[in-house]
Design a protein. Structure first.
Length: 292
């Protein structure tokens, strides 16, 4: 009887986690699901690039689950399996939602359906990971923590180890930047703005991006923001790291959505700066929201 009760309780908790994950996935990715440029990207992207996209997303999920998504004491195998589950759930959610809004039909070729679902699923998967970790109550977190701790683990074992704060910062900044910037990266408006902006406009965008990051991290008293302000050189270094992350993520997204291949260096850099505003918001404020 106890075993039956335990199984029911375990199934209930699993369904709750899936529910949080689905809501989180849609919360962060719904703009992309309704974006025609993303459907077209899924249709024309070569299979090798789609597989590369899945692999990179899986690495991001592992990084997020290692540093923020799962409680201390989770083993490497548990982190890997959770990441696989999140990508699998993202495929299902993306397929059903695209089917719901008539963007895929059973008469389409398997390549077209798979391409659209895979491209949509990558952001959905990150949203699912964030939603599962951040939308739960304290009781759920505690239960998950207990489940993740092996029975033979001693209190002084790996649980007490501290994560590398710099690596954690980088991974969460990348995840936050991807979540925010991906909502606008596929759109033609980024290119239109980049082409129409002067050098002065782009310089102001760069300065504003750095100001947003600095205010978010050190002067806004956001939850989880730094309680004390470091030395000016350290602060500037941290600001530059977040901005560089935003630019690199922006370039990767623009390249994936076919926004850099046919344009010169100046236009590509301009697009990166324009998209960098969204990326820095994700790398700073988004990182604080999705981190533990």
């Amino acid at each position: 009887m106890k075993n039956i009760t335990y199984v029911k309780e375990s199934n209930r908790k699993t369904l709750k986690e899936y529910g949080r994950g689905i809501i989180g996935g849609l919360l962060f990715s719904l703009p992309l699901v309704y974006t025609s440029e993303v459907w077209w990207t899924g249709f024309i992207t070569a299979p090798k690039y789609l597989l590369c996209c899945v692999f990179v997303t899986y690495l991001l999920l592992m990084g997020y689950n290692r540093y923020a998504g799962m409680k201390e004491g989770s083993s490497f195998a548990e982190i890997c399996w959770d990441s696989v589950e999140e990508i699998g759930l993202a495929f299902v959610v993306s397929f059903l939602f695209l089917l719901l809004i008539s963007r895929i039909e059973f008469g389409m070729s398997l390549e077209e359906i798979a391409g659209k679902v895979i491209v949509e699923s990558m952001i959905v998967a990150i949203g699912i990971s964030v939603g599962t970790a951040q939308l739960g109550g304290n009781g759920d977190d505690g239960d998950k923590n207990e489940q993740n701790l092996p029975a033979n683990r001693q209190d002084g074992d790996d649980v007490g180890k501290k994560d590398n704060p710099f690596i954690k910062r980088i991974i969460l900044a990348i995840c936050g930047s991807v979540l925010v910037a991906s909502a606008v990266a596929p759109t033609e408006e980024i290119l239109i703005i980049a082409v129409s902006c002067s050098a002065l406009h782009l310089l102001l965008m760069l300065v504003i991006s750095l100001l947003i990051t600095g205010i978010t991290l050190y002067y806004s008293d956001f939850k989880k923001s730094s309680g004390s302000r470091p030395e000016i050189m350290v602060m500037l270094l941290e600001l530059m790291v977040d901005y560089i992350i935003a630019l690199v993520v922006g370039y990767a997204l623009l390249r994936f959505f076919g926004r850099v291949q046919d344009y010169g260096f100046t236009i590509v850099v301009a697009q990166m700066v324009v998209l960098g505003i969204a990326g820095t918001i994700g790398a700073s404020a988004g990182r604080l929201l999705i981190g533990r």
